[in-house]
Design a protein around this ligand. Structure first.
Ligand code: NDP
Ligand code: CA
Length: 317
């Protein structure tokens, strides 16, 4: 038989008591099937580990192991035939925003474009509004997208926005990523203000969560823009580090024909004044990942999932 999925443990970040159950968010670039088989050339990954009829159950196992209340995915090219029919009967509501010109379409026998996906548990949240955004740069539409949903927590009445995005890949495209992220920040501000006006009548912003494969290391300008924006965002996975200030050493680790690539590119941002991070799922060590890196028989994507438990710091009167 094949090895078990990589086992990971939650690290508690804050012991503070809250009368309400925390909610769990998962951020994951789950690897488009067409790209994994037809574009990536993961030279050390056995082709059988990428076989979709089995890999789809490894992806589902990763999701169901952690049971997120909110699930943010990138590179989904099997939404209508796999993710939606599997997750909707389990109590999730979902939305798929395909990329305008997905690279998947260049692969023989592809299953359609890849894109961003948002799922949330219907018993915990009610959908108040949703936007599918095509991100702009210098006033021009680009090939990168985002979903922004406004959700209301059924237990507390708290309204907040959740965004999922996948910014432009590859080195040499930093300026485009920066412009796209800046555009997302601007659109988020507008959507979260509208949500505040219609919820409380006050001209402020509702709390925000942003999950994404930013394709940017913490040293890039776009990371700095998110960390210092007027939206008051902080990056949840910094809480995993001993000093609470440092991003993980990697969120993706792969070996392509072009070489080994180990980077921190994926983030979960949250409004620091409105949410508190209760726990984060630890990353596997280099040894656990193994010398052939990712994906593998033990893990179905080249990106690791980021899973965080949040609670609301203040609740509506
Ligand atoms: P990106 O550079 O953002 O990459 C798209 C995808 O490719 C990402 O999912 C990325 O994964 C993955 N990727 C990155 N590096 C590699 C690699 N070395 N091997 C395999 N996959 C990789 O591309 P765009 O979305 O901007 O454009 C995609 C393609 O679409 C273009 O290359 C072009 O051919 C076409 N295009 C066509 C247009 C048209 O008018 N017809 C317009 C624009 C684009 P990850 O994020 O995990 O790194
Ligand atoms: Ca990829």
């Amino acid at each position: 038989g094949r090895p078990a999925l990589l086992r990971r443990d939650f690290v508690s970040v804050s012991e503070e008591k809250s009368p309400h159950q925390p909610f769990r968010v998962m951020q994951w670039n789950s690897l488009a099937q067409a790209l994994g088989e037809g574009m990536d050339s993961f030279t050390r990954c056995p082709p059988e580990a990428l076989n979709w009829p089995e890999r789809k159950y490894m992806i589902l196992e990763e999701i169901l192991t952690y049971q997120p209340d909110i699930l943010c995915l990138q590179e989904v090219d099997h939404y209508f035939d796999t993710f939606q029919p599997l997750l909707v009967p389990l109590g999730y509501q979902g939305s798929f925003c395909p990329k305008p010109w997905s690279l998947c379409l260049n692969v023989a026998n592809n299953n359609g474009p890849d894109g961003c996906v948002l799922f949330f548990r219907c018993d915990r949240f009610q959908l108040r509004g949703i936007s599918h955004l095509q991100l702009s740069a210098m006033g021009l539409k680009t090939n990168q997208v985002a979903i922004v949903a406004t959700l209301c927590c059924r237990a507390t009445g708290q309204v907040f926005c959740i965004a999922v995005t996948h910014l432009k890949a590859r080195s040499g495209w930093k300026d485009l990523r920066t412009a796209q992220g800046d555009d997302l920040l601007c659109k988020l501000q507008s959507i979260s203000r509208k949500a505040a006006i219609s919820t409380t009548g006050s001209d402020t912003c509702v709390p925000i969560l942003v999950c994404g494969d930013f394709n940017a290391e913490p040293s890039e300008v776009i990371y700095h823009l998110f960390a210092t924006s007027t939206l008051g965002l902080d990056s949840a996975y910094k809480h995993l580090s001993p000093d609470g200030q440092t991003e993980p050493a990697y969120t993706t680790w792969k070996i392509r024909s072009s070489g080994e690539s180990c980077h921190t590119l994926d983030y979960v941002w949250y409004s620091r004044d409105h949410f508190s991070v209760r726990a984060v799922l630890d990353f596997p060590t280099a040894e656990q990942i193994g010398p052939n890196r990712l994906p593998s028989y033990s893990y179905p994507s080249d990106h690791l999932s980021l899973v965080c438990d949040f609670s609301f710091s203040h609740l509506p009167e």
